[in-house]
Design a protein around this ligand. Structure first.
Ligand code: FMN
Length: 283
């Protein structure tokens, strides 16, 4: 296997990053180990790359892969689907025969049709999808739901997944159409409900800033939508996808959501989704 392996991901609170990097690094190490024991030419060995498209600037450049590439592409699940704010960008990523591994990471509720949608996007754009996986990460909204995941048990599954991918690449070069879980046509985006059970529109909700803010600007630097005003970090000047990067990464814990509907939904999820869900692999 002589491939350039790329970990490609969007990750507000780093759970997707951990899974995708884990797969790419394990795969690189596994391949290198085997190449070394077979005494092949070191120059022809595997190389490991990273394409982190979490920040808006990274999504400005078009990316093109070729047959020599293997791309592990990961996104978090948002409302049971691929984040709709990423669709335009994802459709600019060209596979041109590269091998692809779609990965979705979800907060222990459900990944619904996100994996099948990401697989379709990759195939429509020229990737040959050989394996796919749905993993669990701590829920963006919560510090309790799927707390600390991906954890050691998840990373053990990452290693198992990697082994299967490696074996498949070395035995099966035809790569027949991969079946993954999900429905077509895709179900509509999952809609949160308010206390009365009415559908509840999340889109306009934005984070607040408390007096503990030290104006370090980190939140403005790491907002994946570029929506926090650098001059006045309490001002939200663009769309907010509630990824909670600013909330979870603020060193002063100054960013928070206080919207009643949001807090109700968070509590409902924390109560309803306590049963541990395990990663699902398709290969
Ligand atoms: C707006 C929004 C919607 C989400 N929708 C779902 C969902 O439908 N199902 C689920 O299990 N998790 C959902 N999550 C949780 C994330 O998929 C999960 O926490 C993921 O690990 C976040 O990835 P990241 O750390 O790479 O940002 C949602 C998160 C956000 C911000």
């Amino acid at each position: 296997m002589k491939k350039r392996i790329t970990a490609m991901f969007f990750s507000g609170t780093d759970t997707t990053q951990k899974i995708v990097r884990g797969i790419a690094k394990e795969l690189t190490e596994l391949a290198e180990l085997i190449e070394l024991t077979e005494l092949t030419d070191l120059d022809e060995m595997i190389s490991f790359n990273e394409m982190d498209f979490t920040l808006p600037e990274a999504r400005e450049q078009a990316v093109t892969y070729t047959k020599g590439d293997l791309v592990i592409l990961g996104v978090p699940v948002i409302a049971g689907r691929v984040p709709n704010v990423l669709l335009k960008y994802l459709n600019t990523v060209r596979g041109q025969g590269a091998l692809g591994i779609p990965v979705v990471v979800y907060g222990n509720r459900n990944y619904d049709d996100a994996l099948i949608e990401l697989k379709d996007i990759m195939e429509d754009n020229g990737f040959v999808v050989i394996s796919a996986g749905a993993f669990v990460g701590e829920h963006s909204f919560s510090k309790e739901l799927a707390q600390g995941r991906p954890d050691d048990r998840d990373m053990a599954v990452v290693r198992e997944f990697t082994r299967r991918i490696y074996e498949k690449m070395n035995t099966d070069q035809s790569f027949p159409d991969l079946k993954v879980k999900g429905m077509k046509p895709y179900r509509p985006y999952y809609v949160a409900k308010d206390k009365q059970g009415n559908p509840f529109d999340f889109r306009k909700i934005t984070p607040k800033t408390s007096s503990s803010c030290t104006d370090c600007k980190l939140c403005a630097e790491l907002c994946p939508m570029g929506s926090i005003d650098f001059e006045d970090v309490s001002r939200i000047i663009g769309p907010c996808i509630k990824c909670c990067a600013c909330v979870k990464k603020c060193p002063a814990e100054a960013k928070y959501f206080d919207d009643a509907g949001y807090l109700n939904h968070k509590q409902e999820l924390e109560e309803a989704c306590t049963l541990r869900r395990e990663p699902e692999l398709f290969s």
